[in-house]
Each structure stands twice: as structure tokens, then as C-alpha cells.
Write a protein that binds this ligand. Structure first.
Ligand code: PLP
Length: 380
């Protein structure tokens, strides 16, 4: 019989939409969070050379020392933070890193506080370790940026972790240093641990990026190569682990993951050496797409209410259109544009649709024309 734990896991609706969209001809995909760029050439060459050199065996569970040193150097270069490579655990993507963090922190019945809206998979990560989800509601009028006070009010004696991400999926909100420092303090006061998913770092448009590690060592910080380096299918990420948890996380990784693919770890070292101007160019391309889509959403008379500052998403309120957000998503799909209904991201997002701009500008322009034409026929 399927366990209660597995039965409680909800589907990832964006993936369901993708499946339905793939059955139709000529659909523009604004539902998926998958970069349309290729990884840097040197990353591909390094992976091929590494394969040919026979780097196909297991590695240490926590990752190859060269990559762990390169990740530590990345924190020094980007944020001026000194991280001991012993605290770096390499994982097959950010998602397994999140699982390690939850498994290391949460006992059955412990609470994990997250934002609403939140990344669709977060509550399920909490459920699979038998934790309880508590949420703090974000407001579009505040750019969906979390209030430290709301977290302070939500934590309690059973809270073991505060889980958030910046730049955020699905909102594109970016947390400033003051908020991160405040969350670190709230967590410390509650004897809880921040878990901060920084997988969209490198994709911020009008905001300075800070890592939680600037404010505390007592945090799990997750990151990976999927977004900044467009390496979704390579499956490579990492966790920076608080010193007291290094041994436990390593044991979990040894048992549950074995290791991240050997040759992909070599490619990860090459990715971290990507010249900054190449990354700047990609970021600029995303910024232009964001501006295009923000203007279009406002042109449709939908209430955006904020400017998303990072990642490649925006969340638009569609409650002025007939039907609920699921109906509107269906209408858009019939018009040839796939988007994700907000309900995937929490109750507070149920009147919203998430648009991803990880698609080229020409396709976004066509999607805008299709929705323009559709909305011209809809009575409001
Ligand atoms: C906030 C967030 N965290 C993690 C992931 C998964 O990243 P990875 O491919 O590194 O497992 C995603 C993917 O969309 C995401 O949006």
C-alpha cells in the first residue's frame, strides 16, 4: 500500500501543464522554469574530456575536493565570505540538497516555516520528512518580499527551520541584506535554522544579491548549476552546511545519494570559471524579457502591483478575468500559451498565474500577441 507520506505529496502542476501543452501543436511555453540558453562551451568540453579520461566512477559522497574548493572560492569572490570547503557538500542538483537539509533538521512533527507563495515543491519536502508546514503570507503590494516580523510571529517551540528563497520562484522577489540578517536573528532566537535556496543567484536585475552566509554560519544554503549556468539536466548543486551538521549531512549523503556524477563535477569547476561578462550578457537578456512581459501584463489591465527583481518569473493577479485562475490558464492554453496556475505555489497565489520568461524574446512577443487577441474577445 502507498504510504500516507507518499499519498500526501501533491503533484507539481507546472509539470502537468507541460505534459498537456506538449500534446498540443504550436504552444509557447511560459510555464516552465528551464533556461533556453546552452551551458558555456567550456563546460561541455570539460565534461566530454572528463568522460574520455574515464572520470565515470563514484566520487566521495560530499564531492570532489577540486569542486568543493571552487565553490568555497566562489563565495569569497562573489560575496567576500570565507567558507571552509569542509562545509561544502556537492549534490545531484539543488533539490537533493534540500532533501538533505530537511532530513538533517526536521524530526516528525517539527514545524518548518515558509512563505506563501512559495516554490511549489517546498511543502512536499517538509511532508516527506514528516514535518508540519507553517506559512507566512506575502503581499504583492510589498513586492512579495517577506517581513521579518511575520516570521517572528510564526515561529514557535516546535519550529526547526525557516525555509525561503531569493531571488524567489514564483514571484521574482529579491531579499535585501537587512531581511536576511533579520531572519537569521529570528531563527537563532527560536533555536531554529534558516534554509535558504539561492539557486537563482546570478539572475537579479535591479537588486543587490546577498547570501545568507554573510549574516550567519548557522544556515543551510542551497545552490546549483541549473539556473545561472543553464545546466538543468546535468544535475549538479551544493549545500553549505552549518559546522555542527557536517558529519550528519555527509552520512545522509553517503547513504541516500552516493555522489553527484563524477564528470559533471569536473564540468561544475569549469562553470564556476565562466567569464563574468558572459553571465552579465545572459542576465541582461533576461532583464529585457522581463521588461517586455511586465509591460504586456500591465497592458492587459491585469494587476501586477510590483516589479519582479530576479529569477525569471512574474506572478500576475487574474481575478479580474472570468472564471478562476485554472480556467484562465486553460483559456490561455487554448490560445497557444502555456502558463502555470498560481495554486501550485500556495493559497495566497490561487488568484494568480505565473509567467516564466526563460523563453526567447520572439516567442514571448508571439505569446503576448496571442493573449492580446484572446483578451480582446473576453468580457470583463
Ligand atoms: C526555487 C527552486 N529551487 C530548486 C529548484 C530545483 O533546482 P535543481 O535543478 O538544482 O534541483 C527549482 C527549479 O525550478 C527552483 O525553482
Amino acid at each position: 500500500m502507498v504510504s500516507q507520506r507518499a499519498a500526501d505529496v501533491t503533484p507539481f502542476i507546472a509539470m502537468d501543464v507541460l505534459e498537456r501543452a506538449n500534446e498540443l501543436d504550436d504552444v509557447i511555453h511560459l510555464e516552465v522554469g528551464e533556461p533556453d540558453f546552452a551551458p558555456p562551451d567550456r563546460v561541455i568540453e570539460t565534461a566530454v574530456d572528463s568522460l574520455r579520461a574515464g572520470h565515470t566512477t563514484y566520487t566521495a559522497a560530499r564531492g570532489k575536493p577540486e569542486l568543493r574548493r571552487a565553490i568555497a572560492a566562489h563565495y569569497d569572490r562573489e560575496y567576500g565570505v570565507d567558507i571552509d570547503p569542509d562545509r561544502v557538500v556537492v549534490t545531484p542538483g539543488t533539490s537533493p540538497g534540500l532533501f538533505l537539509a530537511m532530513a538533517a533538521l526536521v524530526d516528525p512533527g517539527d514545524e518548518v516555516v515558509l512563505t506563501d507563495p512559495h516554490y511549489a515543491c517546498y511543502p512536499n519536502f517538509v511532508r516527506v520528512v514528516d514535518g508540519e508546514v507553517r506559512t507566512v503570507t506575502l503581499r504583492a503590494s510589498e513586492g512579495f518580499r517577506p517581513r521579518v516580523d511575520d516570521f517572528a510571529a510564526a515561529v514557535g517551540p516546535d519550529t526547526s527551520a525557516l525555509l525561503c528563497n531569493s531571488p524567489a520562484n514564483p514571484t521574482g522577489a529579491v531579499m535585501d541584506g537587512e531581511t536576511l540578517a533579520g531572519l537569521a536573528e529570528v531563527a537563532a532566537d527560536a533555536d531554529a535554522t534558516p534554509v535558504v535556496d539561492e539557486v537563482y543567484h546570478g539572475l537579479s536585475y535591479d537588486a543587490a544579491e546577498h547570501t545568507m552566509l554573510e549574516y550567519t554560519d548557522d544556515a543551510f544554503v542551497l545552490n546549483g548549476f541549473s539556473k545561472r549556468f543553464a545546466m538543468t539536466g546535468w544535475r549538479l548543486g551544493w549545500v553549505i552546511v552549518p559546522p555542527d551538521y557536517v558529519d550528519a549531512v555527509n552520512r545522509l549523503a553517503q547513504n541516500v545519494l552516493i555522489c553527484a556524477p563524477n564528470f559533471v563535477q569536473d564540468a561544475g569547476v569549469a562553470a564556476l570559471e565562466t567569464p563574468p561578462d558572459r553571465l552579465d550578457e545572459i542576465r541582461e537578456t533576461y532583464r529585457e524579457r522581463r521588461d517586455l512581459l511586465v509591460d504586456a501584463v500591465e497592458g492587459w489591465g491585469l494587476d501586477l502591483g510590483y516589479t519582479p527583481q530576479g529569477a525569471y518569473y512574474l506572478l500576475a493577479d487574474v481575478s479580474d478575468l472570468p472564471g478562476d485562475a485554472l480556467d484562465v490558464a486553460d483559456l490561455f492554453l487554448e490560445a497557444g500559451v502555456a502558463v502555470t496556475p498560481g495554486v501550485d505555489f500556495g493559497d495566497a497565489a490561487s488568484d494568480y498565474l505565473r509567467f516564466s520568461y526563460a523563453t526567447d524574446a520572439d516567442a514571448i512577443e508571439t505569446a503576448i500577441e496571442r493573449i492580446d487577441a484572446l483578451l480582446a474577445t473576453v468580457e470583463r
